[in-house]
Design a protein around this ligand. Sequence first.
Ligand code: GLV
Ligand code: GLV
Length: 355
Amino acid sequence: GKYRVVSTKPMPGTRWINLLVDQGCRVEICHLKKTILSVEDIIDLIGNRCDGVIGQLTEDWGETLFSALSKAGGKAFSNMAVGYNNVDVEAANKYGIAVGNTPGVLTETTAELAASLSLAAARRIVEADGFMRAGLYEGWLPHLFVGNLLKGQTVGVIGAGRIGSAYARMMVEGFKMNLIYFDLYQSTRLEKFVTAYGQFLKANGEQPVTWKRASSMEEVLREADLISLHPVLDKTTYHLVNKERLAMMKKEAILVNCSRGPVIDEEALVNHLRENPMFRVGLDVFEEEPFMKPGLADMKNAIVVPHIASASKWTREGMATLAALNVVGRIKGYPIWSDPNRVDPFLNENASPPN
Ligand code: GLV
Ligand code: GLV
């Protein structure tokens, strides 16, 4: 091939490879037997000739790597992820390298995991599973693993973008929860959905669901029974959930995080879980992956899974394909397929700007 494209990891499916090869690229996939590549590993991979790279969210794409990629003639980098807090987009742009991410294909998959963690936490499924396997079940009891009924409770969504909105719809429609959300943008589509569903329920003689756009994050934390975090990780959302904000939440609330670990002060969370046994949490992401803060693994009121929110076959193949499209598009002189700097026209089609 005319162009050399490197993928720092083997990725699911073959569509992404075929797509690159069809467009005249030679694809090199790194098969190093270590989970997380260092900056030095990646510099070796880039070598002295590389047109584009598909990288992973575990890698530190900053000044050093973009400078190396630029020296090798590189024009494009795509994260195989929607989040790009591991990428210094400014540094990339300084070297004339376009950056892409992979939104859209993981919206529903990620929302479904957030919903799974919500239900698992509400009904104490992991705890109950451990109890069965330990041979502790001696027969039905009125008090055994009593959890929360979601119907009629309030789901709080912080960050109502694609994923947060999809999650909100699932919880409202699936479990007849009322919605309170906080986002800088108004999600008119989401509001219309809840209104219409509420009217449908009312017409059928059921309690209608309601929605409210909160004027602050604190309002969501105080009022919701189940809260799911879907913000982008940046300076403004680092430790968004800290000791003070945990204290505002209901004692029996459930908190779910499928965004990025540092959005929660994990040490404060461990203390809060210890002091509030009825408070439950479902976590897909951690402050310093792959590690958990001391004590978290011992908490029965925490469910922890290893950053698998986008892990469905369809989605992962889609992410790989989008990442390949990003890179090859730019190499061929088109704008990057999904540029995180560009406002997403689908996401914001009904949105009004922040006030
Ligand atoms: C996964 O965490 C992603 O950002 O796609
Ligand atoms: C990410 O895809 C989001 O906008 O929620």
